[in-house]
Design a binder for this molecule. Sequence first.
Ligand code: MN
Length: 148
Amino acid sequence: MSLAKYQAKRKFNKTPEPKGKVKKISQSRFVIQRHQAKNLHYDFRLESAGVLKSWAVPKGVPEKKGIKRLAVQVEDHPVDYINFAGIIPVGEYGAGQVKIWDKGKWQLVSGNLLQGNLKFSLLGKKIKGEFVLVRLKDKKNWLIYKTA
Ligand code: MN
């Protein structure tokens, strides 16, 4: 795991975002950040292997079954990003407001991210239940949906 892409995109003397580093120990937390950038989206992040595996979900993680949403995988973020909320200044990467929309714990049910198919449960305040993330042919595009 590496944060090279994350760090290369940002100027840490300009953005309040954490520079961060890869952690040795992972908990099993998740966060959904509402990001009012040029285009509003929700950033879904799963703590795994010392980083936050991350997706931009334009319409947000579905709260009900029967809705499939596009989730575009983005660069791994540092674990410290899990608590980040604030304003990314105009002119910087991802400029706009970031708020924490929900957070909690996640748990593996089956599959794995490398194979492009992960079934997992989320225990947040707003989001609860079982979900699937499945990778599409275009490798950065995934679908996320609720199964239970
Ligand atoms: Mn974002």
